[in-house]
Design a protein around this ligand. Structure first.
Ligand SMILES: CC(C)(COP(=O)(O)OP(=O)(O)OC[C@H]1O[C@@H](n2cnc3c(N)ncnc32)[C@H](O)[C@@H]1OP(=O)(O)O)[C@@H](O)C(=O)NCCC(=O)NCCS
Length: 183
C-alpha cells in the first residue's frame, strides 16, 4: 500500500483535500440522500454517527495507506460537496479502484469529471499506478458517462454482483490503463 501524506489537488473550480471531523455534517448530507445512494449496496445513511465512523475509517486508511478518499470542495467557498477515492490498492500490480459521489444539488455541472481528472493524474503520477478500476450499476448512466468521458473502457459484466436495497444488481466493470490516460 502506498505511503500517503496530506495533499490538496486544485482544479479551476474545486479543491480536493483530506477529510476530517469538520466534514461530518456535509458528508452526511451527501450519503443520506436516497438519490445519491440509489445504487449503493448499503443504502442511504440515517444517522450522523455513520458519517463520523466513515470519516474515522477514511483517516485510518490515510494512516495505513489502504485508501485515499478526498473531499471535493468548491474552490470559491470551501463548501464540501462530495468525495472521490482511490482504494483497494494491490501494490504488486500497481492497481486500485475508484469511487465518487456528489451532493444532488451539484449534479450536472461537470464537477465530478473535473475532480476525477485531478485524482487520476495524482494516481498515475504520484502514486505510480498502472491501472484503475470502477464498478458501476448499468442503470447508473451518469456514472458510466463520467467514466467513458475520462477514457475508461468497459471490460466486463457481472450479473447480480450486489444486493442493492433488497434486489440483486448487476455490475459493469470499467478499467483505465496508465498508457491510455490522456490527462
Ligand atoms: C454519478 C455522479 C458522480 C455524476 O456527477 P456529475 O458531477 O453530475 O457528473 P458530470 O457533470 O461530470 O458528468 C455527468 C455526465 O453524465 C451525463 N448524464 C447525466 N445524467 C445522465 C443520464 N440519466 N443518462 C445519460 N447521461 C447522463 C451528463 O450529461 C454528463 O455528460 P456530458 O458532460 O457529456 O454532458 C453523480 O450523479 C452522483 O454523485 N451520483 C450518485 C453517486 C454515484 O452514483 N456514484 C458513482 C458510483 S459508481
Amino acid at each position: 500500500m502506498p505511503t500517503l501524506s496530506p495533499i490538496e489537488l486544485c482544479t479551476p473550480r474545486l479543491k480536493l483535500r483530506w477529510m476530517d471531523e469538520r466534514d461530518v455534517d456535509a458528508h452526511y448530507a451527501v450519503f443520506s440522500d436516497p438519490d445519491v445512494a440509489r445504487y449503493w449496496s448499503s443504502g442511504p445513511w440515517t444517522s450522523l454517527d455513520q458519517s463520523r465512523d466513515h470519516i474515522a475509517a477514511t483517516q485510518a486508511a490515510y494512516a495505513d495507506g489502504s485508501g485515499l478518499r478526498l473531499g471535493i470542495a468548491l474552490a470559491g467557498t470551501g463548501e464540501l460537496i462530495g468525495n472521490a477515492s482511490l482504494h483497494r490498492f494491490v501494490d504488486g500490480s500497481r492497481r486500485c479502484e475508484l469511487g465518487y459521489a456528489l451532493a444532488r444539488a451539484h449534479w450536472g455541472a461537470g464537477y465530478v469529471s473535473e475532480a476525477l481528472r485531478a485524482l487520476l493524474n495524482h494516481g498515475f503520477a504520484a502514486l505510480d499506478l498502472n491501472r484503475i478500476e470502477a464498478d458501476v450499476d448499468p442503470r447508473n448512466a451518469a456514472s458510466a458517462r463520467v467514466l467513458e468521458k475520462l477514457g475508461f473502457r468497459k471490460e466486463g459484466f457481472m450479473p447480480e454482483r450486489w444486493i442493492v436495497q433488497g434486489e440483486p444488481a448487476d455490475t459493469v466493470y470499467y478499467g483505465l490503463l496508465r498508457r491510455h490516460w490522456n490527462g
